[in-house]
Design a protein around this ligand. Sequence first.
Ligand code: SF4
Length: 75
Amino acid sequence: MIRIIQQRKKCIGCNACVEAFSSRWSMSRKDGKSVLIGGHKKKEIVSIIVGDDEYKENVKAATNCPVNIIKIIKL
Ligand code: SF4
């Protein structure tokens, strides 16, 4: 299992995470920031626990994020 964490407030809406893995990331039409699909919001942090099968794609999203607000933690 892995935990995906996004500091959503700091998102600049560049779309890089969506390009990396559109099954888990999408863009919000409301505020132009990316959405961690299925994620739970607690204060300014959005997170979700998913299977290891998504590890590679989400690490790519994290690596490609220019403001470095996506973290992937192996559980
Ligand atoms: S890559 Fe980072 S800054 Fe760009 S849309 Fe995704 S979370 Fe936001």
